[in-house]
Design a protein around this ligand. Structure first.
Ligand code: ADP
Ligand code: MG
Length: 449
């Protein structure tokens, strides 16, 4: 039967669980006439891809099973009546080979952002399928892949997942993930020959890859020389059939001041979006996170979070973490009351996000890969002092908070320290292009309008 054919195919060709689930499991047999087997594909976007990748394998498997040579035809569901044979084969676990942490680190990947930890819901299933197709066939079919969507909805996670998947299959591939901010800053440094990096080295670094992933491309917008450089990087990679993956907060046609020649290139491949998750997806993500972190939380609490935090998955995770932290701190159980208490600041229905020192601390620490507590701590190492001064500068420029109050947010520093910190950044801004770029990006992150 159908189930057996699919499972044989999976085993014989060592198809991974995720590819099996995404491409093969949704297929349904429709008819067998004149030695032609008609198979239904549920989704238009990937018809060509499934055909290309699986028709030969399916043809062989089905012919063997039926004992006659047959042809395969893939059709869309709505072109045909409902199929009557639906099946749900069990998945077989495959053992995982792992990629060395060095390789993951040099590609700038977060080890947690894989397809395994990514929950597929109605808000992201097209983006997920597209990402998987690219991961399976880099440079071959959807080039570039352009993923867009709002803040905290999983773009970065999905990009890293693609990179992990490719590394696992082909550990020798050269993969580079960067934010467009890093791209810009390294270009600025190369042009000024800072840290002895030359533009030739810069070009080599970016053009000598099998897969280049550029995150948050909106931050190169309006920067002419960066766009120019990226244009050439794009062309070089594209011409040698290397995979390019780009993310942005908007689709190419809505990005104002993006050069036309870049816009049209971005549209050469496939553009997919990620929407806000619906309730079921939010529940599934929280449960996944609970499982991954080994928490054991009452379902009522999970429901409370999923009901009240709607737009952003990062906030959803943050809420869960906050509740767990609060219960550990107070050595008490996680109850609904505790959850309400923990989230009272986050859950203010319909309120516009206000720019507060707390928000600035959160964005800046996230940006520099620090914990918010580091910023307000007494630590004096350079990695922390500089971001802390940036917080001072931004609080002074973006909020009406009095200096004393800013000091209190920063672990009880006095107002002269705040003035000094903010002035230091103001002075550096006059001579440091990289810092200027960073501040610009932080402002956009804090207040995207
Ligand atoms: P973006 O890049 O779109 O701003 P991220 O990829 O950084 O968003 O995602 C924000 C957080 O939410 C990350 O911790 C990520 O792991 C998590 N996340 C996003 N989407 C999913 C998903 N579908 N399943 C599980 N976790 C997700
Ligand atoms: Mg991101």
């Amino acid at each position: 039967n159908w189930e057996q054919i699919l499972l044989n195919l999976k085993e014989e060709h060592e198809i991974s669980d995720i590819s099996f689930k995404t491409w093969l499991l949704p297929l349904k047999p429709y008819s067998f006439k004149n030695n032609t087997v008609t198979i239904i594909v549920p989704e238009q976007t990937f018809l060509a891809y499934v055909k290309r990748r699986y028709s030969l394998l399916m043809k062989v498997a089905i012919s063997e099973f039926l004992g006659v040579e047959c042809e395969i035809e893939f059709k869309l569901e709505d072109q045909l009546a409902e199929a009557n044979l639906s099946t749900e084969p069990q998945l077989i676990e495959k053992n995982n080979t792992s990629v060395s942490p060095d390789v993951i680190q040099s590609a700038n990947l977060n080890p947690k952002y894989t397809f395994d930890t990514f929950v597929v819901g109605s808000n992201n299933n097209l983006a997920h399928a597209a990402a998987l197709a690219v991961a399976e066939s880099p440079g071959e079919i959807y080039n570039p892949l352009f993923i867009y969507g709002g803040v905290g909805l999983g773009k970065t996670h999905l990009m890293h997942a693609i990179a992990h998947f490719i590394l696992k299959n082909t550990p020798t591939s050269k993969i580079l993930y960067v934010s467009s901010e890093t791209f810009t800053n390294e270009l600025i440094d190369a042009i000024r020959n800072k840290n002895n990096i030359t533009t030739t080295e810069f070009r080599e670094k970016y053009r000598n890859n099998d897969v280049l992933l550029i995150d948050d491309i909106q931050f190169i917008i309006g920067k002419e020389s960066t766009q120019e450089e990226f244009f050439h990087t794009f062309n070089t990679l594209y011409e040698s059939k290397k995979q390019i993956i780009i993310s942005s907060d908007k689709p190419p046609k809505e990005i104002e001041t993006l050069e036309e020649r870049l816009r049209s290139r971005f549209e050469w491949g496939l553009t997919v979006d990620i929407q806000s998750p619906d309730y079921e997806t939010r529940m599934a993500i929280l449960q996944k996170k609970e499982e991954l972190e080994g928490y054991n939380i009452d379902n009522e609490v999970i429901k409370y979070i999923a009901t009240n935090i709607k737009s952003n998955i990062r906030e959803l995770e943050g809420a869960l973490t906050k509740i767990v932290a609060l219960s550990r701190l107070n050595k008490c159980d996680i109850t609904l009351e505790l959850a309400e208490e923990a989230l009272k600041d986050i859950i203010s229905p319909g309120a516009q996000r206000e720019v507060t020192p707390d928000l600035i601390i959160q964005v800046v620490s996230d940006h520099f890969g620090l914990a918010p507590l580091d910023i307000s701590s007494q630590k004096r190492n350079k990695e922390i002092v500089y971001p802390r001064q940036i917080v001072m500068y931004l609080c002074r420029n973006m909020t009406a908070t009095p200096l004393q109050a800013i000091g209190r947010y920063l672990g009880g520093r006095d107002h002269t320290t705040v003035i000094h910190g903010a002035d230091k950044i103001t002075a550096d801004l006059l001579k440091d292009e990289t810092l200027k770029n960073t501040i610009e990006i932080l402002k956009k992150k804090i207040n995207p309008q």
